[in-house]
Design a protein around this ligand. Structure first.
Ligand code: OAD
Length: 265
């Protein structure tokens, strides 16, 4: 039996802050919604990123094999858009949780986002499950390079071996990076509190971290504009923009003396 979900904002914020203060280890799973207030479009929804493209056209290995120009045009456009984007208060609040309230590796940020904004906001322990738009990977020698947001051209080639580069993004039908996935699963299994922020929780295996954390005894706090597939598993749902809710939550942690932390047995 799940405890009742609290979704009236003020008491829900207080309850989420209480759970956060009690936790020794915290993990967060973020999705496109956390970057929405920075101006990065989400994937699903009215003006979602896939609109105008079918996922299969731009985000699968088959698409890249059949039409690399189209795929690179899509990703170059996303890279270019990022040059005008900055982290928002939600990103900074998550970075503060790690830097000031859950130090010494007790905060793990698992993200499905490929925009690099968590690191830009100062988060350090970031597990990028779906890759990063700023990196390229060679289809020949497999070299991975951080290219920042420099323009790459229509069909960029590897400086080492001359083969075609691809974005270092995990496409549909591809495996997640093993190290990041294992560390994320470990964080979900060992935290006392699992924050689920700005994700529709429909893409697997990332979304499976939520029930995994719950099965291991973690409390689940969801922050999203609306209810999602993960809401039924949440102890507290905070409905609103993460750029407002996360700073509010962190403020409540900052303002109060930390009571005795309970450890999971
Ligand atoms: P989605 O576009 O599926 O979901 C975005 C979620 O963010 C929705 O639940 C929105 O309600 C919520 N949202 C929007 N604005 C918000 C805000 N300001 N504050 C809080 N929540 C907000 O994006 P993801 O769940 O990240 O994968 O999608 C997961 C994966 O699907 C992506 O990583 C991508 C995509 O296919 C790959 O490219 C491999």
């Amino acid at each position: 039996m799940h405890p009742p979900v609290i979704d009236d904002l003020e008491p829900a914020l207080d309850e989420a802050a209480r759970l956060l203060r009690q936790a020794l280890r915290v993990a967060a799973l973020t999705g496109a919604g956390v970057s929405a207030e920075s101006g990065v479009p989400t994937f699903r929804g009215a003006d979602g990123l896939w609109e105008g493209h079918r996922v299969e056209e731009v985000a699968t290995p088959m698409a890249f094999r059949d039409n690399p120009e189209l795929v690179w045009r899509f990703y170059n456009q996303r890279r270019e858009r990022l040059t005008a984007v900055q982290p928002n208060p939600g990103h900074f609040a998550l970075a503060e949780l790690e830097a000031k309230h859950f130090q010494d590796g007790r905060f793990t940020l698992v993200t499905q986002n490929v925009d690099g904004l968590h690191r830009q906001a100062g988060s350090r322990r970031v597990l990028e499950l779906h890759g990063n738009l700023r990196r390229t990977r060679c289809t020949g020698c497999a070299e991975i390079k951080d290219r920042g947001l420099e323009p790459l051209g229509d069909l960029p080639e590897c400086g080492q071996c001359g083969e075609l580069l691809r974005p270092d993004i995990v496409w549909f039908h591809e495996m997640l990076p093993e190290d990041a996935w294992e560390a994320a699963a470990e964080a979900a299994a060992t935290c006392e509190l699992f924050l689920v922020v700005g994700t529709s929780a429909v893409v697997y295996p990332a979304a499976s971290l939520i029930p995994a954390a719950r099965r291991s005894g973690a409390k689940i706090v969801e922050i999203n504009l609306a209810a999602t597939d993960a809401s039924h598993a949440a102890d507290v749902c905070l409905h609103g923009p993460s750029g407002v809710i996360l700073p509010e939550l962190v403020k409540r942690i900052r303002d109060k003396n930390q009571p005795h932390r309970v450890q999971r047995t």
